[in-house]
Design a protein around this ligand. Structure first.
Ligand code: PLP
Ligand code: COI
Length: 358
């Protein structure tokens, strides 16, 4: 990758803003690093690949993505290698580049070659390396995204797009175990929809139900299937895993279900759990089974999994107005998180080739 001959123009910021950041007290997604990678899609090809100082885009009020939501994004993280602080480790970036194109296809956007994404990411992180934190539970959150840029109000796929990568130092997303609510009124997506794709509209659709749940004291929702509200799908920013008597159950993603994002953390965690000698089942899991398992003591624990949240244990699950407490002495998710983060940060040997070095 290092000798990838892609022509990326570099314009450096005159002054770094890094001294304004308190790396011991980072709010997720609030402060962006000095530079961003940008590429434009025009005349049927990606062009003008560039690293420029982080700055606003100038957009026409008729920019089609603002009206019709042709907009997708990804999320991944970079860490300072604990064994060699000069080195930065990015976790499974090729998987994000692939999923970006899965999302692009679903909403009629052009695909972007993995080589462009990887070369842009590589160069950006080389330039903004100092922004990768080394404080505990921290990382550099990386946000690649693509949006339609045609100045046109007619309803059709845009012919022009911008792809960009911005980055932001990040601390822990959640600081405590979560209270989650089974959502049975609203739906985030439906079969045949865009749930498996990381499209902006999915997140817009989840805002009101999440706000209503927050007003009742819940941190997140557990989405259920749109047809019957009978099966657990995933949560707002994470897939979900239930530990039922030592077997780890998680809902299936594509190609079985097209309503759930195929989490890269989940792919990772499934392998880790299996390597730890436990059984993982990717299958439909009903709300009734979850509640029954809590009531009869078989539910040892449950947790969310995702890039931003890492491994986020649940304290309570609410269903039909009743709060069900999960065992407070559950330690597996902490052990799993230590293993997962150990690999991400180079503390534990990466035998799977998951980390990409810069
Ligand atoms: N599900 C949703 C809806 C998400 O937004 C995310 C976050 O990206 C995830 C699951 C977890 O996916 P990943 O592990 O690839 O970050
Ligand atoms: C991520 O985990 O990368 C996400 O995209 C979640 C985000 C909505 C905060």
């Amino acid at each position: 990758m290092k000798d990838l001959a892609l022509d990326i123009r570099v314009e450096k910021a005159q002054q770094s803003r890094i001294n304004e950041v308190d790396f011991n007290n980072i709010t997720f997604g609030k402060t962006m690093s000095d530079h961003m990678f940008v590429a434009d899609y025009r005349d049927g090809k990606w062009q003008d690949l560039r690293i420029v100082p982080y700055n606003s885009f100038s957009l026409s009020p008729a920019t089609s993505s603002l009206h019709y939501g042709q907009s997708i994004f990804e999320g991944l993280k970079a860490f300072r290698n604990v064994q060699n602080p000069e080195e930065v480790l990015v976790f499974r970036p090729q998987e994000n580049a692939k999923r970006l194109n899965v999302s692009a296809e679903r909403i009629c956007m052009p695909s972007i070659p993995e080589e462009i994404v990887m070369a842009g990411l590589h160069k950006l992180l080389e330039i903004d390396k100092d922004w990768v934190p080394s404080t505990p539970d921290s990382s550099l959150y990386i946000r690649p995204f693509m949006f339609a840029t045609d100045e046109f109000l007619g309803m059709r796929p845009s012919e022009t797009y911008t792809f960009a990568i911005i980055t932001a130092p990040a601390g822990a997303y959640y600081s405590k175990a979560l209270n989650v609510k089974v959502e049975k009124e609203f739906s985030r997506t439906a079969p045949g929809g865009t749930g498996f794709a990381k499209v902006a509209g999915n997140y817009a659709a989840s805002l009101l139900p999440a706000k209503l749940a927050a007003q009742q004291g819940y941190d997140q929702l557990l989405w259920t299937d749109a047809k019957e509200h009978k099966y657990i799908e995933e949560s707002g920013t994470m897939n979900v895993m239930f530990d039922i008597d030592g077997t780890f159950v998680t809902a299936p993603t594509i190609p079985v279900e097209d309503t759930i994002l195929r989490s890269i953390t989940r792919l990772t965690v499934i392998e880790l759990i299996e390597d730890m000698g436990h059984k993982v089942e990717e299958r439909h899991i009903s709300v009734d089974e979850v509640i029954e398992s809590i009531k009869n003591g078989k539910m040892r624990g449950a947790f969310g999994i995702g890039t931003a949240v890492t491994i986020a244990p649940f304290a309570k699950i609410a269903n039909d107005g009743i709060d069900y407490e999960l065992p407070a002495d559950y330690t597996f998710s902490t052990e799993l998180k230590a293993k997962f983060q150990g690999i991400q940060k180079g503390e534990i040997e990466d035998t799977k080739g998951w980390t990409y070095k810069i």
